[in-house]
Design a protein around this ligand. Sequence first.
Ligand code: HEC
Ligand code: HEC
Length: 286
Amino acid sequence: MRRIRGGIIAETYGSLQGAERVKRFDHRRIILAVAACGIVAPLSMHAQFPRSITEPTAVERGAKLYANACARCHGDDTRGMTGGAPDLLRSTLVLHERRESLHGKELSPYLKSTPPHKFDYNDKQADDLSQFLSASVNKILRSGYDDHPTHLTEGDVKAGEAYFHGAGGCDKCHSTTGDLAGIGKRYSAAALQQKFLFPNSGLGKKAAITAVVKFPNGTTATGDVVRIDDFTVQLRDHTTGATKSFNRTAGMKVTTTNPYAGHEALLEKITDADIHNLTTYLDTLK
Ligand code: HEC
Ligand code: HEC
């Protein structure tokens, strides 16, 4: 169980320690997938739609709690009720729980003290509910609207293009005539969707989190982050591959840059319709 928990933590795309741990996690996920199913097919599924790991038994218990306590307001399918309680799969609280694998740590106090809620769940119940909601998010991210991949490209091209240049802010970092030119040729629709939702996971090369260390005497060191915590910073030289460690001292300044920050922020705000339209639009770039 601890191993699995480690994996979950490693999938928090925002964590600074991510660089090395995500790599290890990929490896472990492969072992898990193969061990769990004994065949190779599920591996490609995992690669295609990486997601937070949930335990089926916890999800099942959470579903029961949900049906008893929440469904009458948030709907049987967690998608909210018109004029009533909101869609939980678009809730930033729920998405944050899922992304950081919080196991109910934020959900529990919220449900205890935020009207109209007044639920006093123990840690295990809150964890079960959190896992149920995370699994529900995983499901919509995996399948989009339904399980037929052809539907991935039946969104609205114009709306997708507008989102790319507007609310999505994609053109701040990308260009459809530059780095993303012909992207619809390079990837299947499903792979494309996975790429813009989780560019930092799955197989393939990853851009590193980089850091600049500024020492009290004014000199600096830069490199890809191998490891960073309260006491040490370990950097790898981008070209030579050599690693260096520094003890963190008072007056030393460490600035990290996560190239995926833009994509991580996206997960908090993107809606099903945006995902659908964007995939359809990007697929036309051939
Ligand atoms: C009596 C109706 C009712 C019940 C029962 C109820 N909720 Fe809610 N819930 C609401 C309403 C209304 C809001 C919006 C509150 C607000 O905007 O401040 C809400 C908001 C939330 C949010 C925050 C959504 C956001 O905007 O980020 C979460 C998470 C949530 N509920 C989870 C649950 C869970 C889990 C249960 C069952 C244990 C539950 N609720 C039961 C009515 C309900
Ligand atoms: C803050 C900068 C930033 C923003 C905003 C951003 N991205 Fe990215 N995106 C990146 C970086 C960095 C990568 C990784 C590039 C790499 O590995 O070559 C990436 C990777 C991708 C890839 C994979 C490209 C490939 O060739 O594999 C796609 C597709 C993509 N982004 C689409 C989008 C879309 C669509 C949006 C808007 C909804 C968006 N991005 C917003 C920085 C950003």
